[in-house]
Write a protein of this length. Structure first.
Length: 166
């Protein structure tokens, strides 16, 4: 990776581009580009993200991205092929240990706290009934008294009106 990073750095300098300008154009930090040019792979969390940065940087510098990616893939192959078989088996054993279900006694078992919905439903219904009751009470209090005095004698006038019309 150091050779590839050096090649990218020399190409950038030949093009007359400063590292700050390249970082701004690529929307990367200067430290990321410096790490790419130094071949510092450990500065990146994700190898696939690093691969995309290298591809983007190669396109920016006017290089053939496929050739640069071939070089990067060779580096990755060399880097990953150096992992010993013992390390692979140890990592596999650790992952299997994590997946094994442990037997828990009832004394150490963690219980999930259950959320009871019944009190919430009961409280909601109580509020609805209370609102309806308050509404009915207010309506009956504000109700105007019935006026019966004005209606007295209406039958007399109606009957006399009928006798005049006939």
């Amino acid at each position: 990776m150091k050779e590839l990073g050096e090649y990218l750095r020399i190409t950038r300098l030949d093009n007359g581009v400063s590292i700050e300008e390249a970082a701004e154009d690529l929307d990367l930090s200067t430290s990321q580009l410096e790490n790419i040019e130094k071949g510092n792979v450990r500065a990146f969390k994700d190898v696939y993200g690093l691969k995309q940065y290298v591809r983007q940087y190669a396109k920016y510098l006017g290089l053939d991205p496929e050739k640069v990616m071939d070089e990067f893939n060779e580096f990755l192959f060399e880097h990953t092929s150096k992992i010993s078989l013992d390390d692979i088996l140890e990592a596999k054993k650790k992952s299997e240990e994590k997946n094994v279900k442990k037997i828990k006694s009832p004394y150490t078992k963690e219980y999930k706290k259950k959320v009871h919905i019944f009190p919430f439903v009961l409280g909601f219904l109580f509020l609805v009934v209370l609102c309806i009751l308050i509404y009915v009470i207010i309506k009956t209090i504000n109700k105007a008294p019935v006026r019966t005095e004005e209606l007295k004698g209406v039958e007399v006038y109606e009957s006399s009106y009928k006798t005049y019309c006939t």
